[in-house]
Design a protein around this ligand. Structure first.
Ligand SMILES: CC(C)(COP(=O)(O)OP(=O)(O)OC[C@H]1O[C@@H](n2cnc3c(N)ncnc32)[C@H](O)[C@@H]1OP(=O)(O)O)[C@@H](O)C(=O)NCCC(=O)NCCS
Length: 436
């Protein structure tokens, strides 16, 4: 990924149209420098309040300052408020690598979107989002992505839930292990050691899994409980899986909640499980399925198609709930099409409608027998015509939802959605294993 794409994004000016819209209400839209501690502290307090959290402690504030400085931070300020330095709206974005089927692309990741309850429903969130999407698109970023507090918020800007996530509750006493016997071993490691091992292993896994996004700074410390000011870090247990050759191929962190009424029914909450390959996956899950004194194991942000469900003797020992999770929004249709591989050859004339006018129009996608794409602007009589909105196009890009499903839902028009589904489908469902 081009370094300038990343670093220059940080310092781009705010969108003039959005600044004007906000100014009508006597407010000002600003980009923060990111290296001013007081300014950051006020912004961070506003984010915490927006998400209904307590006031950050000094330790948490300093840790956040060290961790989030690389992000592009946006604030709306109200000079008439009693604390004019505390923003009434916040927004953050940064550029990272998003995995797509067979490849990856730079994405404008978005987080920390809040509007103070004192200033809600006056269009501030819309002004920030539209302005920042325009800025990202003009900068050449081909896609934007986020995870959401409410699923009703972002469809209006062209985002779609492209990678769903599964939440799992497993009654382990019903679930005998019938999966493969792993060749390696599971061992406890210190949380600090786990923290050291995780980034490289994750990058190996991320490269093979559409929907994953480069792990933001600070997340590993949060999983491992190694960040300053972590609450009860000692409750976190860390294990590694090493294969028969001694290479660490898997990592997991978890907490145990004891059941004082019945000591055989404690609950295990897996904070993060990372497996590089089938053997590591079996090794770690077998460990959790066979724990003594445990009644239930819980995990979330899993794939919608976990092999684990085929590795236990009683399928109904597992309760799986699906939720929308990773939302993406294409900002450059031809660049997005060219970034991924495809599962079957085909030729499609895609008419993508973008209500914000950031991308869209007619493009022709030709996929050869190896799954490689050529994207042209020509009108083409041989190509299968497809009409769809930018949100539906964004969902198709990650390969999880079938074009047949979207057509049945009235969300795309094509005479041959099955052909589109064969080309855009992917062998493994998209997954994002965390929140950001
Ligand atoms: C969600 C939030 C940012 C919205 O801010 P806001 O300034 O009130 O939103 P706007 O006035 O710009 O509204 C923009 C559009 O979103 C809609 N909208 C806003 N909040 C909504 C909600 N909670 N549910 C459904 N629609 C909502 C508005 O009706 C408006 O629709 P329209 O322009 O298409 O007619 C704000 O309520 C908030 O801070 N919530 C708590 C923190 C949070 O959940 N942030 C999102 C993190 S992913």
């Amino acid at each position: 990924m081009e370094e300038t794409l990343v670093s220059a994004h940080h310092a781009l000016p705010v969108d003039a149209a959005s600044a004007e819209r906000v100014a009508v209400g006597g407010l000002s839209l600003r980009r923060l420098r990111g290296d001013d501690r007081d300014e950051f502290t006020a912004w961070h307090r506003a984010v915490a309040r927006g998400f209904l959290d307590a006031e950050p402690t000094d330790i948490q504030r300093d840790a956040a300052f060290d961790r989030l400085g690389y992000r592009r931070l946006i604030a709306v300020l109200d000079p008439a408020a009693p604390e004019p330095e505390v923003p009434v709206a916040t927004f953050a974005s940064w550029v990272g690598r998003l995995s797509v089927p067979g490849g990856e692309m730079p994405s404008c990741a978005i987080s920390s979107v809040t509007v103070s309850p004192t200033h809600r429903r006056r269009g501030l969130a819309r002004a920030m989002m539209e302005g920042e999407l325009r800025t990202a698109a003009a900068h050449g970023l081909p896609i934007a992505s986020l995870t959401v507090s409410e699923s009703t918020l972002y469809g209006r800007y062209g985002f779609a839930p492209a990678a769903e996530a599964a939440t799992l509750r497993l009654e382990v006493k019903r679930a005998d292990w019938i999966g493969p016997v792993p060749s390696g071993r599971v061992d406890f490691v210190s949380r600090e050691r786990w923290r050291e091992l995780a980034p490289e292993l994750f990058e190996r896994v991320r490269a093979t899994r559409a929907g994953e996004f480069e792990m933001p700074d600070g997340h590993w410390d949060r999983f491992a409980g190694t960040e300053p000011g972590a609450e009860r870090p000692g409750a976190i247990r860390a294990v590694q899986y090493a294969d028969a050759g001694g290479d660490v191929r898997g990592l997991a962190v978890y907490k145990v909640q004891e059941n004082h009424d019945d000591f055989t029914k404690s609950t295990v909450e897996i904070g993060y499980l990372l497996a590089d390959g089938d053997d590591a996956y079996a090794g770690l899950w077998r460990y959790f399925v066979e724990l003594d004194l445990v009644g239930e194991v819980r995990a979330s942000e899993l794939s919608v198609d976990e092999p684990l469900l085929w590795m236990i003797s009683d399928r109904r020992a597992a309760t799986v709930t699906l939720v929308d999770h990773h939302y993406v929004r294409v900002l450059d249709v031809p660049a997005a099409l060219a970034a991924r591989s495809y599962s079957a050859p085909g030729r499609f004339a895609l008419d993508v409608h973008d209500p914000l006018g950031l991308t869209g129009g007619r493009v022709v996608l030709t996929v050869d027998a190896r799954g490689a794409a050529t994207v042209t602007a020509d009108a083409d009589v041989d190509a299968v015509p497809v009409r769809l909105g930018v949100a539906e196009f964004s969902a198709l890009l990650l390969g999880q939802v079938s074009a047949v499903t979207l057509a049945a839902a009235g969300r795309l028009e094509s005479q041959d959605p099955a052909a589109l589904a064969r080309t855009f489908g992917w062998s493994r469902p998209a997954r994002l294993s965390y929140w950001y």
